[in-house]
Write a protein that binds this ligand. Sequence first.
Ligand code: BES
Ligand code: MN
Ligand code: ZN
Length: 507
Amino acid sequence: MSAPTFLLRAASPAKSKADAVVVGLVPAPTSGRRKSGPRAVLAPGAEDVAKAYGRKLEPLLSSLGLKGQLGEATRIPTNGLLGSPQLVLVGLGADPDHTALRRAAGNAARVVTNCASVALALPADELPLLRAVVEGWQLGGYTFTQFRSTQPESDAPGQVVVLTPLARRKEAARLVEETQVVVRATEQVRDWVNTPPGHQTPPALAAAVAAAGAPLAKGRGATVSITVHEEAALHEMGCGGILGVGQGSAAGPRLVEITYTPKKPVAHLALVGKGITFDSGGLTIKPASSMKEMKSDMAGAATVVAATYAIAELGLPVQVSCFAPMAENMVSGSAMRPGDVLTTYGGRTVEISNTDAEGRLVLADALGRAVERKPDLVVDVATLTGHMVVALGDKVAGVLGDDATVGKVLESAATAGEPMWHMPIPEEMKARVTSSRIADLAQHDWVRWGGGLFAAAFLREFTGGLPWAHLDIAGPSFASGTSGHVTAGGTGFSTATLVDLARSLAG
Ligand code: BES
Ligand code: MN
Ligand code: ZN
């Protein structure tokens, strides 16, 4: 989908000549509410629309039965009452903060079809709210049609006029531009996650990642460099984790390393992302129902790569070292076995007891490479465990690591509107990850409880004691249905958080 043009105007929504005008609805204050009256009222930003409708507004809202709840989005003809022929009423809920606006704008985007232009008269009178409207609108309208035999013609508005009192402020125009960089990164992650695994083996994903970054890496004075390590190089480097996981696949594993080096970096951030292009579980094979969405097991790699490119595009003064290990976890005569011992990058040995706990093995090598660069902060992103989904549901990511780094990530997540929750690494985990009788570390111990925490404790062994946070996005990286700005399939979850983290490190 091609991105619409966003324009900022301080104009009246009642006079707008756009093909549709979107206004917000909030629940009516219960105190002054009459029995037969509407249960919702127009939100700030729509005052002129309320005036244009006058006494017709109350009965209209009553008859539509709208409550001002999130999820509501209704399109009606204006019959000449407004400059625009159509009015879209979108529920914002009782607390229209940036999170609610992002969701509401996403819902609105899917209702406004067959229009060349649209005006958004939502309460976007502060910069974070304006950002949420732009993000929500564009992400909510995301589609993935590459694998349809006929391409549906997009009837999404090419021009989106955001009506806001901030329109004349320089920061507002800049914010919209920056927001679109982040949105495009999120869409890139969605595209990569949605691509079928047969079309996106590790070599194919590595090539796609390199192609996406090529414009940034081109020419003299380029600040981005991209290296794709193929199998022979991985052998030479001693990346036994990546090789072990990939050895059952007909498509060889890869490690993509990207560095972004701005002129005067004020901080150095390392990003590491799990890139399993398909996770069958290996010989410890998954049941069918757990395997069906495992093309999404490369979401972490897609996220750190897209975030790195976005940070470079924004020119943030933060050096980024990005590591994306890629492998396909398959069943075959050459597959890694339970009982095998792998030697990870740097020499530490790991006893395998469950080939389905593969993410931590590719991350071990990549983290080992990352800490060698001596970054100020290491963040890894991975669809690592079903345990985290059991604990937090499929909308919330777990964040584990040292308190200070976890705190920074949570702050950025709040700014980005991406729900995350601090999970602990209990002390007992240290003994569990070192419980192998024959190798340095145990990859897994078949104790049923705390598997997501065990996984983090295992990863911690490879962080060299640096400030570190681990994001387990197994739940929110993939959505079973569409709602708000989150569309079914790959979500791009945590891309915006990583970019904001770099922004906050930049000060
Ligand atoms: N890729 C899965 C985790 C996953 C589960 C991602 C659900 C998305 C949705 C991971 O490789 C895995 O299989 N984890 C195991 C770990 C266990 C063997 C310790 C799991 O969750 O069962
Ligand atoms: Mn697995
Ligand atoms: Zn996996």
